[in-house]
Design a protein around this ligand. Structure first.
Ligand code: UDP
Length: 249
């Protein structure tokens, strides 16, 4: 890895990011790697420069979401690969929002990729790599107490609000937001525990298609061996107006 590494103790290493102890209690440093995985890490490659692009794209989206009142774990960017974040207790759910049929939904229900859905669809997956992140229902969440009913209601409200804003944000730059994955966590403060948006939102976790050509601008380029994955992520950053920051970094 590069010299741009956090000083603190390494707390957790995921597939695309590493978490380090932050400078103050209740903070962590989230380090974005170039590692790219798919099929539950069955496919793995280093894609040079990907981490820097994902950090900047995710930072931009989180900032836009904060503006409309979505609480997030993001505090500040420290370096091209490092973000200071609030430590959150991650709720073991992958919340997927879908606008257009693609990926596992197409396979599971025999749909055609590209079919518009009548309205945005919210799905929950149990976050467990060993089990391959199985699809679960609201009742599984309740029975196995993955979060409280109040927390789940808050998560669904936030996920729909996030989807609405992100659809607009990407449509403004000629990109169709097909689907994406969100993670939420609990942050403790003096007035109790609140739900925040955590992890990242980047072309690793979204499906993004060019509005005119339907060309894929996301991790499906890697999953489906289409090539040009980093160039596509760079195009997403470029359209969002973020490339000048990245070139200066
Ligand atoms: N996704 C993700 N991490 C996962 C699984 C899915 O970020 O572990 C994202 C994926 O990039 C896509 C959306 O969630 O934008 C829906 O993924 P899907 O269920 O279709 O699964 P996939 O086809 O990616 O296996």
């Amino acid at each position: 890895m590069s010299h741009d590494m956090p000083k603190g103790r390494r707390i957790y290493e995921g597939k695309a990011k590493v978490l380090f102890e932050g400078p103050e209690d209740g903070t962590l440093v989230q380090y974005f790697k170039d590692d790219t995985t798919a099929f539950n890490a069955g496919k793995h490659e280093i894609m040079s420069g990907k981490g820097i692009l994902n950090l900047r794209i995710s930072e931009f989206i989180f900032a836009e979401l904060e503006k409309i009142g979505v609480p997030t774990h993001f505090i500040e960017t420290i370096s091209p690969r490092q973000q200071l974040i609030r430590a959150a207790e991650i709720i073991p759910l992958e919340v997927v929002m879908r606008n257009i049929a693609a990926g596992s939904l197409v396979k599971r229900l025999g749909l055609t990729e590209g079919d518009a859905l009548p309205r945005p669809l919210v799905e929950f997956y149990y976050k467990d790599d060993a089990l391959g992140d199985p699809l679960i229902s609201e009742d599984h969440i309740a029975v196995f107490n993955l979060c409280s009913a109040e927390e789940l209601a808050e998560i669904v409200t936030l996920a729909k609000k996030i989807n609405q804003r992100m659809v607009e944000m990407f449509a403004d730059v000629g990109i169709r937001l097909v689907d994406f994955k969100l993670e939420f966590g609990r942050v403790k403060s003096d007035d109790g525990t609140r739900i925040v948006l955590a992890d990242e939102i980047s072309p690793d976790s979204c499906r993004l298609w060019d509005i005119d050509s339907n060309e894929k601008m996301d991790k499906d380029r890697f999953r489906q061996n289409l090539g040009g994955m980093v160039d596509a992520y760079q195009q997403v950053a470029e359209r969002l107006g973020l490339m000048s920051d990245i070139e200066e970094a």
